[in-house]
Design a protein around this ligand. Sequence first.
Ligand code: ADP
Length: 384
Amino acid sequence: MTKGSSLVEDYKESLADFMESPGEEQLEQAYQIGRRALQNGLSFGEIGELHFSARRDFVTDRQITLSTLHRSEEFFLEVTSVYDMALRGYRDTIARLQVEIEERRSVEQDLRAAAIGLTRQQELLEQRVKERTQELSLRTEALERANDELLRSNRELDDFAYIASHDLKEPLRATYNHARFLLEDYQDKLEDGGKKRLDRLIALSQRMEKLIADLLFFSRLGRGEDAREPLDTSAIINDISEVLGDTFQSRQARLSINGELPSIVGNKAHVTVVFQNLILNGIKYNDAEEKTIEIGFLPEVEYQAARLTDVFYVRDNGIGIEEKFKDQIFRIFKRLNSEKAYGEGTGAGLSFVKKIVESIGGKIWLDSEVGKGTTFFFTMREAT
Ligand code: ADP
């Protein structure tokens, strides 16, 4: 077989070689020709044609014997064995490809199912978020409405209390004056029983005057017209202790400030009301021989699972307050003790304190042990 010669010629030459002297080497040539034919893209039919034309040329001038025929067939089979092998390989490849395609298809199916599931879950989640957001905004709106309503009704209540107490003052003063005149002008004509009743009437109208004055003050606290400024709390407490100097002495009470107190932002008159009421109560509701009031400041305090800052406290060693009254004492005119036992009062002081603290966004609460003492805590923003 010569290099560059055509396949047809090579076939003829190789076939002739093999027919004349069949051997392994010649058979190898048949195999090589088969490979070339396959590479050149010859079909099985074309190989057949090539073979039969080569055999025809070979046998034209020769005597054909059965063994020559067999040899030519042997050559042909060797050539086509390449096709045979290729076909087998092709079949295996196809089978393998089919398996791979099947596998890929099932993976694709799984992936598609997972993607669909994921999209559905995402849609569900989005739906849930939308519902929850809607629900929350509805709740916020309802809360805001309730808050507005509460503010409005509180303002109305303050206005009502203000007008009512203001208007009640005049007729009450007149009742008081008439009782006084009666007592003075008709002294000789009245019996002891009558005099006693008039005395009681005067005392009651005086008490009512105090209650009305407190109500008026309480309602004014809600009007929010009070100027606020930076205040030195230690100075305010020093002023209070000067004003209450006699009370401290006569009741054997001592006031101390624990550490430094910060400056705050607030209304001076209101802050004075807060500290003064708490200090006075600490002395008033106190049986200890030596009554002590301690005032201090805590930058941070845990209260009802919240972290509160800027907390003042006023601690006494007084009679204490039972747990069940801890909220009630902040209600206006609520008193726990009789006048005889701990002196007079209208029961309004703590309601002033609470309203003032809350009007500037603060909180007030207390810790107490009956027989040991009480500590009132309240927040008031530190001046920055
Ligand atoms: P008032 O002192 O005029 O009665 P308050 O509003 O200041 O009014 O107090 C309400 C009630 O709470 C008091 O009558 C008293 O029974 C109770 N109270 C207030 N402060 C203390 C205290 N530090 N210790 C014990 N009881 C107190």
